[in-house]
Design a protein around this ligand. Structure first.
Ligand code: SF4
Length: 213
């Protein structure tokens, strides 16, 4: 990360109320575990009111690729794990189709607490929670990101473009090459999107393989 990018990130963290940066730990896993426990009782936005479990993220703390969705659903809120339930099962199948599993990547969301009735997280909620994701990215330092769903893509890319437009090309987020595709929950509701999602996934896989050579 360049000095300028680091300064911008620190400014963003400061503006969002984070006064301390936790990096006293030896490994990425320890840093992530410390942050997960530090933020578990967060009340920065109204989503904490419906929280049963804080859903920070899981997977390889040194992953080459991070998968980022929008927010926890009912099952995630109950278990504290991202992408479980029917959508999680589909994500597992999608990863399997490109010879990966969830332990190979790191999976998390834009917001860490469940929005009521699975509504999209509001702008203020996304802004309140985004610094936690930025910290995760800073610690894991992935070389590829796969943004799952329009909320994740529009939030991270600060874009209002449609999914159709966004997924036509790759993007950069914090200097990291990023792919956009459909959220598995959307694929369950709209099976006709599975074909284009498979194309996205194959492109992502090709880049992933190249980076792992
Ligand atoms: Fe805090 Fe994020 Fe939960 Fe809002 S969604 S209460 S910012 S952890």
């Amino acid at each position: 990360m360049t000095t300028r990018a680091l300064r911008q990130q620190l400014e963003l963290l400061r503006n969002s109320g984070i006064r301390e940066i936790y990096r006293p730990h030896n490994t990425q896993a320890e840093s992530l575990a410390a942050l997960q426990s530090h933020y578990a009782d967060c009340t920065k936005c109204g989503l904490h009111k419906g929280r049963i479990k804080f859903v920070y993220g899981e997977g390889d703390p040194d992953a080459t690729a991070m998968l980022i969705g929008e927010g926890p659903g009912e099952q995630e809120n109950l278990t504290g794990r991202p992408f479980v339930g029917a959508a999680g099962k589909l994500l597992d199948d999608m990863l399997k189709a490109i010879n990966l599993n969830r332990q190979d990547v790191y999976i998390c969301n834009i917001v860490k607490c469940r929005p009521p009735n699975n509504r999209n997280p509001e702008q203020t909620e996304r802004e309140a929670c985004l610094p936690y994701l930025l910290e995760q990215i800073e610690i894991i330092q992935p070389r590829l990101i796969l943004m799952l769903g329009l909320v994740a893509a529009q939030t991270l890319l600060d874009s209002k473009l449609s999914m159709e437009k966004l997924r036509q090309t790759t993007h950069e987020f914090q200097g990291i090459k990023s792919y956009i595709s459909y959220h598995p929950a959307a694929l369950l509701r709209n099976p006709q999107w599975k074909r284009p999602a498979w194309i996205d996934l194959q492109n992502f896989r090709d880049d992933y393989r190249e980076l792992r050579k």
